[in-house]
Design a protein around this ligand. Sequence first.
Ligand code: 57M
Length: 361
Amino acid sequence: MLYALLYSLRDHFGAMRLFRYITFRGALAILIALGISLLLGPMLIRSLQRLNLRQYIREEGPKGHQVKAGTPTMGGLLILAALTCSSLLCIRLDTPLFWPLLFSTLAFGGIGFADDFLKMKRRQNLGLSAKQKFMLQIAAAAAVAVFLYRYQATGLYDTALTVPFFKELHPQLGLWFIPFAVVVIVGASNAVNLTDGLDGLAIGSTLIAASTYAILTYAAGNTIIAGYLGIPYVRDTGELTVFAASLVGASLGFLWFNAHPAQVFMGDVGSLAIGAAIGTLALIIKEELLLVVVGGLFVLEAISVILQVASYKSRKRRIFRCAPLHHHFELGGWAETQVVVRFWIVAILFALMGLATLKIR
Ligand code: 57M
């Protein structure tokens, strides 16, 4: 919006030329999202407390978590407000693929909101049924997947897969792109959701993944950089760097309040939305398989649950003290902040590996 309003004034105020640059508007988006978060955060936390939208802690959880009972949740509303306002202000609104990306983020946020709200209303940690939640997620992801599939008719998008390390390999998925895209978006959303189990863990990991995808998006939207790196050039996606930057700013802002001891949890409204945003962005810039590397921490957390459930169902024995992985280390004697910061270090290593694959092709 600011681009449309201010760039046209460049003849009168030379500084307005800056609004032409994605990097400038990206930096501005970080600051605006951070500012909105820090400004609205205390008010939102007070409102959540007043409305008694507080976390119910499951008894079977780690004993140390009982002290967290009563912490306000649904703080993801703050993340979505900062992300949406900052993006709308700083991005060029004539960017076609911004709208399915924003739809995916807010649709998953809406599913999470419904789940959180029902949990609070029922005064227990049971919101939507797993089946209801899953069906709604598939429906929302399918809408985005079908849009992207049909969008390739414009010649501005290709459903062919990008395979890390194999520059020449671009298997055409055709109609299979739709179920594949649904798996990417729903998988990313639930992986972030599972990760959100310790103060600052999910939002700090999001900050790392969003920063990495801001770099990848800028590269994918720039013909020269994309050509040099041998990655797909996806026209008009450079603007989506501003969306990723807004997510970086919103993550920094939420981390201010979610750092241990957390004043607020993001709730499913935040975790489902964040995962959908990152998954959809990865699909749009054709770096969907790279998401497994860049979002490696989220993948590890999800795999730990899959292995634990499979092992318990088949052998009646657990592999981990408790899944997801962060609880295994917490029950092993690591302090919560030790688990979180060490998991952030692992997330940074995964992100660096993801960036390194760009040249190794
Ligand atoms: C999402 N939610 C946190 C908070 C946050 C199949 C099974 C693995 C499912 C999984 C599960 O329930 N996942 C739900 C994780 C919860 O956080 C709330 O949920 C939102 C995110 N969706 O925003 O509102 C708890 O996490 C803690 N927390 C913090 N700080 C934060 O900033 O301390 C969250 C954010 C909060 C708070 O205690 O209440 C969660 O952990 O439920 N289940 C689990 O993760 C459970 N694992 C488990 O049952 N493992 C089993 C089997 C099923 C694999 C096993 O290992 O045998 C653990 N979580 C809980 N209790 N609460 C352990 C038991």
